[in-house]
Design a protein around this ligand. Structure first.
Ligand SMILES: [Zn+2]
Length: 334
């Protein structure tokens, strides 16, 4: 979850890498957009307050950039700010939005743009609701409401699936799945509990019910769900209840969060197989339906790749990676 300090850091030290970039000429944008959309998004305009019905829409939906269709916000993070502009307390992904210092109009503010195409969206302020405390004050004209249906069909053409599981500290699991051929993205976060938008500190208390998990986007034409489950079960210890090595607590439990009955059957089948092949002690991995995933703070993303010299990485993650590379050499990204 992004907080004000992260926003300031991005605005001063540079923004996270977007998943993709879209660049077009001014004329191309003019041809594609309405006059008002062009004025707001490409010329840093501001729409009149209370000019859009989008302010009072709170039904489940996703919102994408009107210029490049990149998903930016989920209605779950939308709130009534009373400002007259649609307001969100968190973007859908940490690299969806870019932040820039804006000293125009005699104020010091943080401007937000689409990190994919540079569209001006609005500003972000530190007076939003807890726990993030952020208020993304957006121009409705810069956003496009996306229905579940159009989203589904887009995912189907791309054919990217998402799997969620945990096996102790997410720095470890992320480092492993990040290296697999066919995995397009790995995010560290929290799932399996009841608290909305938990912070790392809260999850560490063991009282949120959440486990540290990774969410893995993968192309099933290259690697399938059974492979992922097998790799998961053989690269952490699924036989120790609420514990991985020295890490103890329910947040470190072994867990697989399934999206449907088919995934449940596969997970249970692979657990049976791996039990026979690899472990004498009983596998205690929890298999439960997936409900929500909450992305962890930026400092926990991509941790091993950023800080391989960190003590924990050398002592705990390096040996796990060595085992993983030995077992699955043919499945590792070149
Ligand atoms: Zn965009």
């Amino acid at each position: 979850m992004l907080q004000w300090k992260d926003v300031i850091q991005y605005a001063s030290n540079g923004n996270p890498e977007p998943d993709r970039k879209v660049e077009k000429t001014e004329q191309e944008w003019r041809d594609q957009l309405t006059t008002e959309q062009f004025r707001i998004t490409r010329q840093k305009g501001t729409e009149m307050a209370f000019s859009s019905e989008m302010c009072s829409l709170f039904e489940p939906a996703l919102y994408s950039c009107v210029c490049c269709d990149t998903l930016l916000f989920n209605a779950e993070q939308k709130f009534e700010s009373g400002s007259g502009w649609p307001s969100f307390t968190q973007p859908i992904k940490q690299n969806a939005i870019a932040y820039h210092q804006d000293n125009s109009h005699g104020m010091i503010r943080i401007e937000t743009t689409c990190n994919t195409c540079g569209a001006h969206l609005g500003h972000v302020f530190p007076d939003g609701p807890k726990p993030s405390g952020l208020r993304y004050c957006m121009n409705a004209v810069a956003l496009k409401k996306v229905t579940d249906q159009s989203l589904e069909s887009e995912r189907e053409t791309q054919n990217i699936q998402t799997a969620t599981f945990g096996g102790g500290c997410f720095w470890c699991t992320e480092a492993i799945f990040d290296r697999l051929e066919g995995v397009t993205q790995v995010r560290s976060g929290y799932a399996g509990g009841k608290v909305k938008n938990p912070a790392y500190r809260e999850v560490c208390s063991g009282n949120t019910g959440h486990a540290e998990v990774v969410q893995v986007d993968y192309d099933p034409n290259i690697i399938n769900y059974s492979d992922l489950i097998r790799i998961h079960l053989t690269t952490h210890d699924p036989t120790t209840l609420n514990q991985q090595g020295a890490d103890r607590g329910t947040q470190y439990r072994s867990i697989i969060l399934v999206n449907n009955d088919q995934e449940r059957e596969i997970a249970e089948q692979i657990i049976k197989e791996v039990q026979g092949e690899a472990y004498e002690d009983l596998i205690v991995t929890e298999v439960k339906p997936f409900t929500s995933f909450y992305e962890a703070e930026p400092e926990h993303q991509n941790f091993y790749n950023r800080q391989p010299q960190y003590g924990y990485c050398q002592a705990v993650i390096d040996p796990k990676l060595a085992k993983f590379k030995m077992l699955y050499a043919e499945k590792i990204k070149q």
